[in-house]
Design a protein around this ligand. Structure first.
Ligand code: COA
Length: 179
């Protein structure tokens, strides 16, 4: 197992086609996991997931990591940086912890900080952006704790569970990242 970035609870390694299995597929078909994501709207099959991972791995404008538990090496989620603008030195962050047993243990915060430090220090990125739906207060709390600041809202932009909800954009500069 080649570890690329290492935290206390988790480590990150490149995602691979061999990560596409029934467990990963289950995350994307589980409403609890996908409520705050664009992913859950349509069903995902093993074939479409394989294609997605293949495309993301080949895309020069995306860096996608598998999040793995330090103790068991289990693949528990993914985190990615994409939409790089190498002139303005910005990129976007997206995180998914698919294994619900691993929620609420500080992994979301640790994995976001680890990936953000990599973007700021190794890729010389200046500012990280992310989008989060208003029906995902857990994610908003994680992002605010890290130091993200709400920058704008697309009002009633997303149809989710029978209502239109806001989509927020949050941003973070290096100086705002909390230890
Ligand atoms: C959102 C997500 C990344 C949070 O990860 P996590 O590992 O559970 O978060 P942490 O344990 O680091 O929590 C950090 C803080 O946020 C709080 N928090 C996390 N989830 C919460 C929730 N659903 N409701 C309320 N607070 C929550 C924690 O209590 C903690 O606060 P504390 O330090 O004051 O105790 C994870 O639940 C997830 O991947 N969900 C599915 C996909 C998703 O929604 N991704 C984000 C899309 S924008």
């Amino acid at each position: 197992m080649i570890k690329f970035l290492e935290g206390k609870l988790i480590y990150l390694r490149a995602i691979a086609l061999s990560d596409v299995n029934e467990s990963y597929l289950k995350w994307l078909n589980e409403p609890d996991v996908t409520t705050g994501l664009a992913s859950g709207t349509f069903p995902t099959s093993l074939e479409s997931l394989r294609l997605y991972v293949e495309q993301k791995s080949a895309d020069k404008n995306t860096i996608m990591f598998a999040i793995c538990d330090q103790k068991s090496n289990k693949h528990i989620g993914n985190i990615k940086l994409d939409n790089f603008d190498w002139v303005s030195r910005t990129c976007e962050l997206g995180v998914l912890i698919g294994e619900k047993d691993f929620w609420g243990k500080g992994i979301g915060s640790e994995v976001c900080k680890l990936t953000i430090r990599y973007a700021l220090q190794q890729l010389n990125i200046r500012k990280i952006l992310l989008a989060v739906y208003a029906n995902n207060p857990g994610a908003i709390k994680v992002y605010e704790k890290i130091g993200f600041v709400k920058e704008g809202t697309l009002r009633q932009h997303i149809w989710s569970n029978g209502e239109y909800i806001d989509k927020h954009y949050m941003g973070l500069f290096a100086s705002e990242l909390k230890a």
